[in-house]
Design a protein around this ligand. Structure first.
Ligand code: GLU
Length: 477
């Protein structure tokens, strides 16, 4: 969906939301601007010999804030990539990392390319060449700038980037930490692929534990049974929709893709739909629901929770008034424009903002980076020791029960669960859940306690900018 031309650009939209929040803060003169502006954007144009000719590509890496290093943020492969977009996304990374206490500044990268037009070996050549350009300028470096997947990239691209870095820095013992979102066999961590979608699920759990928040959204009851619309069944949308429908009992009544949509008021089978899309290229022909050629108007369909998990700017001045959802959770970065945000606020729609809602990805990236720097998998030292200690308790309970003649039996289900030490995936999920709960509480505290803060986005900015400002102050700025 194209954004109406009377709306500000994505970066201006982020700046407007930032300005709205800092107007409520007392920052030292000039610090506000220092935090808002993007420190640097590097543009590179490079040629790759493909199909008998040299093809030139344009890429960017923006560094928004270096109040903490390394700086962190994904690399996007999309034809829509431009400097404005990359800078907006880099700014959001600063605020996101600060809010969830991932110790990074914000950065983002992008390459103008439609990855679907290229064969795998061609994409490898292009990715390695782009990585080479960034690595030689320390724009990929475990101590300075650590990319990750974003739209159009995944663990395959991250493995190529890590390998490229290793080739150019053969003696860097921490080289594998130069990028996150790698496959397990190339230094990745369990649970990174699902992390952003999992984070969306944990964010909703946190919201549904907040009675005051629910009241503000005019919602009642539990997450179970809520009708959900998801836009975008890519990595984030797919995992969020899958976990919400399979584990939380939500009904995903509509999935909107760029090439068509499907609706089913009884709830869609997300796994089957994803499989159909992977096999055939789109939702057309899926038998588990009604197909619609164009989907964007379905953002306006009746539902409880709307999850935009695709592009920025999809909820804008042209459709904000027609949105029926009580709750919007921004799984994508920047899906609601500043203008739409105002309309939705006036309508009483609660928006769980991107910088919080999709922070699961960078949170687990942080865990992966720590794992890489410590050169050991999480749980490797403790797991069996933990199991042995739990076994002691179980043995003792069973001995007491039989010695005293009471004859209690521990249920096999309890024993199974209690005796199992946590593996890496469980630890990652626990760390992510803890992060999402704490960040929610910090936002909600501001949202519910300050009369001048009427929405979660402003609350998120206040918490996040407060932390960035504190770290500038600590540096003597
Ligand atoms: N691209 C993701 C984001 O927008 C992940 C960034 C990361 O893991 O560094 O948050």
């Amino acid at each position: 969906m194209s954004q109406p031309s009377n709306e500000p650009s994505f970066r201006e939209s982020v700046d407007m939301m930032f300005n709205r929040a800092v107007a409520l803060m007392e920052l030292p003169p000039g610090l506000e601007e220092k935090i808002r502006v993007c420190n640097a954007t590097y543009t590179v144009r490079f040629g790759v010999r493909l199909r008998g000719q040299i093809k030139t590509f344009t890429g960017y890496r923006s560094v928004h804030s270096e109040h903490m290093e390394p700086v962190k943020g994904g690399i996007r492969f999309s034809l829509g990539v431009n400097q404005d977009e990359v800078e907006a996304l880099a700014a959001l990374m600063t605020y996101k990392c600060s809010l969830v206490e991932a110790p990074f500044g914000g950065s983002k990268g992008g390459l103008c390319i439609d990855p679907r037009e290229y064969e795998e070996h061609e994409l490898e050549l292009i990715t390695r060449r782009f990585a080479y350009e960034l690595i030689k300028r320390d724009l990929i470096n475990p101590a300075q700038n650590v990319p990750a997947p974003d739209m159009g990239t995944g663990e395959r691209e991250m493995a190529w980037i890590a390998d490229q870095y290793k080739r150019m820095n053969t003696t860097d013992i921490n080289g594998v930490a130069c990028v996150t979102g790698k496959p397990i066999n190339a230094g990745g961590i369990q649970g990174r692929t699902e992390a952003t979608g999992r984070g969306v699920q944990y964010a909703l759990h946190a919201f549904f534990r907040d009675p005051e928040g629910l009241k503000k959204a005019g919602m009642v009851g539990a997450l179970k049974g809520k009708r959900v619309i998801v836009q975008g069944l890519g990595n984030v949308g797919y995992h969020a929709a899958k976990f919400l429908s399979e584990e939380d009992g939500c009904k995903v009544t509509c999935v909107i893709e760029y090439n068509g949509s499907v609706t089913n008021d009884d709830g869609l089978d997300i796994e089957a739909l994803k499989q159909h899309i992977t096999e055939t290229g789109g939702p057309d022909g899926f038998t588990g629901g009604t197909f619609h050629k164009d989907g964007t108007h379905l953002l306006e369909k009746e539902c409880d929770i709307l999850i935009p998990a695709a592009l920025e700017g999809v909820i804008n001045l042209s459709n904000a008034n027609n949105i029926k959802a009580s709750l919007i959770i921004e799984a994508a970065n920047g899906p609601v424009t500043a203008g739409a945000d105002e309309i939705l606020r006036d309508k009483g729609v609660v928006i769980i903002p991107d910088m919080y809602a999709n922070a699961g990805g960078v949170t687990v990236s942080y865990f992966e980076w720590v794992k890489n720097l410590s050169h050991i998998r999480f749980g490797r030292m403790q797991r069996r020791q933990e199991e042995a200690r739990h076994q002691l308790v179980v043995d003792e309970l069973e001995r007491l029960s039989s010695d005293s003649g009471i004859g209690w039996q521990l249920s096999p289900n309890f024993k199974d669960k209690y005796l199992r030490g946590a593996d890496e995936l469980e630890l990652v999920r626990s760390g992510l859940d803890d992060t999402m709960r704490n960040a929610y509480l910090s936002m909600a505290d501001v949202w519910h306690s300050r009369g001048d803060v009427t929405d979660l986005r402003t609350a998120a900015y206040l918490v996040s900018i407060g932390k960035v400002a504190a770290s500038y102050r600590a540096k003597g700025l």
